[in-house]
Design a protein around this ligand. Structure first.
Ligand SMILES: Nc1ncnc2c1ncn2[C@@H]1O[C@H](COP(=O)(O)OP(=O)(O)OP(=O)(O)O)[C@@H](O)[C@H]1O
Ligand SMILES: [Mg+2]
Length: 246
């Protein structure tokens, strides 16, 4: 177990999908009063998944829309709990989940930096000391005192990346958000990721771009309908995945 950074043992995440559309809360209440139950189907977004990742490895996660990639990152980041199984994680994690996750869109960029810092476990004083560096890296400029809802998606991604990666995390988790950044930001974020990789961070990246996975990662996991279709060296997995698409 010594140099394991992330380990999943038989992890299942089950969602409950309502069968019929319930238009209003009132309608729901009427059904409940009439004892007419609303019917559900259970659906496994992740189905009995087990794997482990050593400290310092960079792993890419690929697969079709709906395969379970974001669910996998969320369960590792403890945003959702597994229905079954267990997740082991060592060290401080910086999760960059779907765009805007963890931001309050009515609050300004500056306020959101403090909010995010609190979520990541930093005090207000620590965040105040780091504020300038974060704003500078994000390149948001004067917009830092405007509400996030006025930002473009690239600006949201920049701020999210700048906050989460200001201090080197032991585990860095990135769900696709780098793709919305412009060339300048892609270069800056790639340089920072590479620096953390060289300093021993464990990195997990979801991307639909095989080239960015190949550039960043040594291993890859191919998810399909909530199960691991293949896990191995990045070249093997990406080649097999590409072949499956033709
Ligand atoms: N909160 C939820 N409630 C019900 N179903 C969900 C929920 N979150 C995800 N799902 C379902 O779980 C499956 C996996 O979703 P997930 O977001 O992990 O896919 P993904 O691989 O990240 O896809 P994409 O490439 O589109 O981002 C999908 O079928 C999705 O509809
Ligand atoms: Mg996703």
């Amino acid at each position: 177990m010594n140099n394991i950074a992330i380990q999943l043992d038989n992890v299942t995440v089950r969602f409950r999908i309502p069968h019929e559309k319930i238009p209003t809360l009132q309608e729901y209440a009427i059904r409940w009063l009439k004892r007419r139950s609303v019917s559900f189907t259970d659906f496994n977004a992740l189905d009995n998944i087990s794997f482990s990742i050593k400290q310092g490895e960079t792993v890419g996660i690929i697969g079709a829309n709906g395969a379970g990639k974001s669910t996998l990152l969320k369960v590792i980041s403890r945003v959702i709990r597994p229905t079954q199984g267990r997740v082991f994680l060592r060290g401080r994690i910086a999760p960059l989940l779907e765009l805007g996750a963890g931001f309050d869109y009515e609050m300004t960029g500056r306020e959101n930096i403090f909010l995010n810092g609190a979520v990541l476990g930093f005090s207000r004083k620590e965040m105040a000391a780091r504020l300038d560096g974060i704003v500078e890296f994000s390149g948001i400029g004067n917009f830092i005192d405007a509400p996030i809802r006025t930002y473009s998606s690239g600006m949201v991604a920049r701020l999210g990346f700048a906050v989460a990666t200001d201090i080197q995390p032991e585990v860095l988790i990135i769900d696709e958000i780098l793709s919305v950044g412009d060339a300048d930001f892609q270069k800056k974020s790639a340089a920072r990721i590479l620096e953390y990789y060289n300093n021993g961070s464990t990195i997990l990246v979801v991307s639909h771009n095989p080239n960015s996975i190949k550039q960043l990662c040594t291993y890859a996991i191919w998810l399909e309908h909530g199960i691991i279709k293949m896990m191995g060296s990045v070249d093997d997995v990406i080649n097999n995945y590409s072949l499956s698409l033709v």
